[in-house]
Design a protein around this ligand. Structure first.
Ligand code: 5GP
Length: 213
C-alpha cells in the first residue's frame, strides 16, 4: 500500500509551485491529473495540469461512477478519476492529489489513511498580491477567489498539516519534510516490509553465539 497525500490551498497560495518543486525532488510521486470543465489557462496543456473535458463528458463520467471524488469549484466541475489512485497502488508509488476542501472531505471517507496538508498564504493582502501578479484572472474573478479563500481557510482543522507559505524555498523544504516523515511512520506497510527484510537477514546467519568483528 502506498501513501496518498492530499494537498489543498486557496488558489494563489503558491500550491502549484510547491507541488512542482516537490515532484522535482521526488520524481517517483505520482501526481493525480484531475478532470475539469474549466478552460485551460496560460501555458496549461491537456493531460499535464488537467484533462480538459466538456460538461457533458464530465456528467457522463459521474453517471458511470468513474470519480473517486468530484466537486464544483467556482462554477466548474473538478474530479479525481479512480484509475489514478489505483495505478499508484499497483505501481507501489505514492500519489499526490491537489484537490479542494470538498474533495478532500470525500476522499478521507474513502481513504481514511490519506495524509492531508493545507497550504495558505500569510495574509489576505499577500494572497491578493499573488493573484494579481499571476495576471491570469480578471478583477472580478480575483474578488471571487479572495472571498472563496476565507471560506476554505475555515476548514483548515480537517487537515493533518498546515503550511503557511511565507517564502517558496522554506515552504518547499517543509512540504518535502512532511512527505519524508510520513513515509517513515511505523504503521506504514513499507516500513514493516523493510524491517522484516532486515530481521530476515539476521535469521539467515547461523546462531553460533560468536560476535562478528
Ligand atoms: P484552479 O482552477 O485554480 O486550477 O483550481 C481551482 C480549485 O479546484 C483548486 O482549489 C484545486 O485544488 C481544485 N481542484 C483541482 N482538481 C480537483 C479535483 O480533482 N477535485 C476537487 N475536488 N478539486 C480539485
Amino acid at each position: 500500500m502506498s501513501c496518498v497525500f492530499i494537498i489543498s490551498a486557496p488558489s494563489g497560495s503558491g500550491k502549484s509551485t510547491l507541488v512542482n518543486n516537490l515532484l522535482r525532488r521526488e520524481p517517483n510521486l505520482l501526481f493525480s491529473v484531475s478532470y475539469t470543465t474549466r478552460d485551460p489557462r496560460g501555458q496549461e496543456r491537456d493531460g499535464a495540469q488537467y484533462r480538459f473535458v466538456s460538461r457533458e463528458q464530465f456528467e457522463a463520467m459521474i453517471a458511470r461512477d468513474e470519480f473517486l471524488e468530484f466537486a464544483q469549484v467556482f462554477g466548474n466541475y473538478y474530479g479525481t478519476h479512480r484509475e489514478v489512485v489505483e495505478r499508484g497502488q499497483a505501481e507501489g508509488r505514492d500519489v499526490i492529489l491537489d484537490i479542494d476542501v470538498q474533495g478532500a472531505r470525500q476522499l478521507r471517507r474513502k481513504i481514511p489513511d490519506a495524509i492531508s496538508i493545507f497550504i495558505l498564504a500569510p495574509s489576505r493582502e499577500e494572497l491578493a498580491k499573488r493573484l494579481r501578479a499571476r495576471s491570469e484572472d480578471s478583477e472580478e474573478t480575483i474578488a471571487r477567489r479572495l472571498a472563496g479563500a476565507a471560506k476554505e481557510i475555515e476548514d483548515f482543522a480537517q487537515y493533518d498539516y498546515v503550511l503557511v507559505n511565507e517564502d517558496v524555498a522554506t515552504a518547499s523544504d517543509l512540504l518535502h519534510a512532511i512527505i519524508q516523515a510520513e513515509r517513515l511512520r511505523r504503521r506504514s506497510p513499507r516500513v514493516t516490509a523493510r524491517v522484516e527484510k532486515i530481521l530476515a537477514s539476521f535469521a539467515a546467519q547461523p546462531a553460533n553465539g560468536q560476535t562478528e568483528q
